[in-house]
Design a binder for this molecule. Structure first.
Ligand code: FMN
Length: 364
């Protein structure tokens, strides 16, 4: 396997979409149409190879292209065939032509190759089970699946987001697949959300966070220029407010006040520390900390050794697990609409700021 390309400039040179220029420090920087010079964001490739030498990585690379999910169906004589396919693509609007490709080793290959008509059933969000069902080989895939006959006799699935009924017009050799071109005879669209397939996973459509913010009724407040939105501390204070309100509510539902919840979490993260050693992690006053710990000890959730070291009892661990499961769920709801990359970036920023804070404290 070839190694990742480590030279940032050579990667920048391959970015055909970006105009690049050399700056005095030898790095390339991209220039937008407004003349504003942005710093070049150089990302080292995760994988780079010859597809014939590393077919698994090649599949992962292809998986970066998002598609919908279809079930292609056809009638070949008395036989009904169907398979999940994401190779579907529109080719031409006039004439209306579409294509898909069928793997030559598929059980239904001959039937699809010979059928004069086929139908593309574009699956809706709630049809994940159908995608899985028709993505497996089987002799009669239609037992217990509701369908109706289309204009050519091909099975039309119920509940789909759209269907496209085609007459087969041409086939092309596509290596281990056969490319089938169809002339669209009838299309049907339903007001349903579509199922997506990307990076080897099923997904659903969400507005891009940048666009979603514009649609947000609070967008004016969130996007206003000025000190309120300029400083990280201000933004984090408000974001923390939103997160902690939900966290506090969840803690109360689980029978804890916020101080107790925080102390339980800190003891689990840093076991066998004394109260004094734990204090810097708690951001709580001394009296609140001592009172809360006494209560947790008398409830049997926290144990204190003769040397004053704190640990969780079995019961404390079980209660903390319930609490963290509930908070994790609520937090995931609050982060909904952000990409995994956004969330990872936010975590990096928080960790960086926390470690900066520790360094500042230790120098002052
Ligand atoms: C999301 C997804 C997309 C797929 N796309 C295709 C495709 O475009 N062409 C293909 O031949 N197989 C595709 N497959 C695999 C077939 O659905 C699978 O091989 C199926 O078992 C074929 O059925 P058969 O062997 O009964 O003919 C896909 C599977 C999944 C889950």
């Amino acid at each position: 396997m070839k190694t990742a390309n480590k030279d940032p400039r050579s990667i920048g040179d391959h970015c055909s979409g970006n105009r690049t220029q050399n700056s005095s420090d030898g790095l390339s920087s991209s220039s937008s149409d407004t003349g504003h010079v942005d710093p070049l964001i150089v990302v080292a490739p995760a994988e780079q190879d010859d597809p014939l030498e590393n077919s698994i990585a090649y599949r992962r690379c292809l998986g970066q292209f998002a598609t919908g999910v279809t079930v292609v169906t056809a009638r070949s004589g008395d036989k009904l065939v169907a398979m999940t396919a994401n190779s579907f693509s529109s080719v031409s609007l006039s004439p209306p032509l579409v294509l898909w490709s069928v793997k030559r080793t598929s059980q239904s290959f001959e039937a699809f190759r010979d059928a004069p008509h086929f139908a593309i059933n574009i699956l809706a969000t709630d049809q994940l089970a159908l995608s899985r069902h028709f993505g497996k080989s089987g002799d009669d895939k239609f037992t217990s699946i509701p369908w109706s006959s289309g204009i050519s006799g091909a099975p039309m699935l119920h509940g789909v987001a759209a269907s496209i009924e085609c007459r087969r017009v041409l086939e092309y050799d596509g290596g281990d697949h056969l490319i089938i071109l169809g002339h669209v005879e009838r299309f049907t669209r339903y007001d349903r959300d579509v199922l997506l397939f990307v990076q080897g996973r099923y997904g659903v459509v969400r507005d891009h966070p940048e666009l979603a913010a514009k649609l947000d009724p609070d967008a004016d407040v969130l996007n206003a220029q000025g000190p309120t939105n300029e400083f990280m501390a201000g933004l984090m204070y408000r974001a923390y407010g939103a997160l902690s309100t939900v966290m506090t509510r969840t803690q109360r539902k689980e029978g804890f006040d916020p101080a107790q919840g925080r102390i339980l979490g800190a003891i689990a993260s840093y076991p066998n520390r004394t109260v004094d050693m734990l204090m810097p992690e708690l951001y709580l006053g001394a009296t609140v900390t001592e009172n809360s710990i006494s209560e947790l000890i008398s409830n049997g959730l926290v144990l204190m050794s003769a040397r004053g070291e704190l640990s969780l009892s079995d019961q404390g661990q079980a209660r903390l697990k319930r609490l963290t499961d509930a908070i994790r769920l609520r937090e995931a709801e609050q982060l909904d609409g952000l990409t995994n990359d956004d969330i990872a970036a936010a975590r990096r920023v928080f960790r960086h700021l926390i470690s900066q804070g520790r360094a500042t404290q230790s120098h002052s």
